[in-house]
Design a protein around this ligand. Sequence first.
Ligand SMILES: Cc1cc2nc3c(=O)[nH]c(=O)nc-3n(C[C@H](O)[C@H](O)[C@H](O)COP(=O)(O)OP(=O)(O)OC[C@H]3O[C@@H](n4cnc5c(N)ncnc54)[C@H](O)[C@@H]3O)c2cc1C
Length: 423
Amino acid sequence: MISFKNKYDAIVIGGGPAGSSTAALLAEKGHDVLIVEKEKFPRYHVGESLMPFCYFPLERLGLVDTLMESANPRKYCVQFVRQDGFLSQPFYFFQHFDHPSSTTWQVWRSEFDQMIMEKAREYGATVMEETKAKTLLKSSENKVKGVKVVSKDLGELELRAPIVVDASGRDCFSAHKENWKVRDPELNKIALWTYYKNAKRDPGLDEGATTVAYLPDKGWFWYIPLSGDMVSVGIVAERDYLFDGSTKDHAEIFQREVQNNQWIKEHLAEGEQTGEYRTTGEYSYRNKYCSIDGLVLAGDALGFLDPVFSSGVFLALKSGVMLADEIDLALQTGDPVTSSSFENYGKRMQSSIETMRKIVYAFYDKEFSFGDLVKRGDHLRSALTDCLVGNVDDQDFRELFDAMSDLADLPEPIEHGLAHASS
Ligand SMILES: Cc1cc2nc3c(=O)[nH]c(=O)nc-3n(C[C@H](O)[C@H](O)[C@H](O)COP(=O)(O)OP(=O)(O)OC[C@H]3O[C@@H](n4cnc5c(N)ncnc54)[C@H](O)[C@@H]3O)c2cc1C
């Protein structure tokens, strides 16, 4: 049975990429960290396609060699396919920059997430699995002091720390408690997905590519080759398009849509569907604040953006690395950790998410095509590829977004998601 204490330097809710990376890097710096995770790992998770710039957080975590030696398919590019099956010129990341980070991986998230959690353990973090956060413990001034959890083995416990990191993913533990959840006004899609064995793979460098294949009304399929001759394949579309009243059966809807894209139809014809059909709704959102005194939000617990450009794991790892550094600094002062420690974090996350969000909006604009954009100049192709790989820090994308706004309606920035003023 796991031994635990009532007080830690930091408590992290959720052991996904955001939580485990924060915990690992804080523990590496010598802090006493606890992860509470409601599931028993390895656990299933959707979201298998990484972005190239995951390389840098993974390098900080000392995990690049493990991935280099793994059987995970290498992802050299992302490619876009029209409904009639026409494949546009893939975006090869290595043509844009010559660095090992230009190649990334398609991963089983059960294995990938466990690998990061094991790194947290190796660096000295305590992990309590099958332990669910139930309530934030607060002082009379609304400062977070810890968290009440229910553990399968130990029952109800009150755990305290100067800082609680909420990395509970799309469960949005704190945002639900605090009523902070705000949906993105336009990106209200749902996803329906499953897995295929022995489906077709493209030859050569494109074998591990992520393919985005269009459906009517700007819906799309993802096609992500995984190890073990498996493929993750899913649809993202408007609810009313998928559930048009003809049937509610997920398998029937999925198979109906397979007929709507020639490339997907051909690639799946050779394979065999396995396991269940899964769905999720409640799509893109950003929560009102990234922090209050004693509490900070990471990864999907802060915000979620439509996964068309595979930005989720990258943003989760990026938030984990940034938070470990900010929390380390804050703990060194010996003072209570206030929301003001996370002002820079909130601004940088907001800027990265807003950059990706503009490209997601353009993607869904009926008038927009990436082909039309990149025809306007190589500098635009280059700036777009920076966004697609995750190279979004300290970049000036004004030319790209000016050109895009001629072709698509780009969104006004969402102002919330920053640190709440300290009380
Ligand atoms: C349909 C779909 C497709 C996607 N495709 C991609 C993709 O191809 N590439 C990509 O990069 N991203 C993709 N994403 C997004 C990606 O899955 C997430 O962005 C990523 O998992 C975020 O990591 P996280 O650590 O914030 O949250 P998670 O990975 O969700 O981890 C959160 C953890 O918190 C635990 N938890 C929740 N509540 C509690 C609680 N109360 N107490 C204790 N533990 C708790 C959960 O069990 C979980 O293990 C996709 C998402 C969706 C919905």
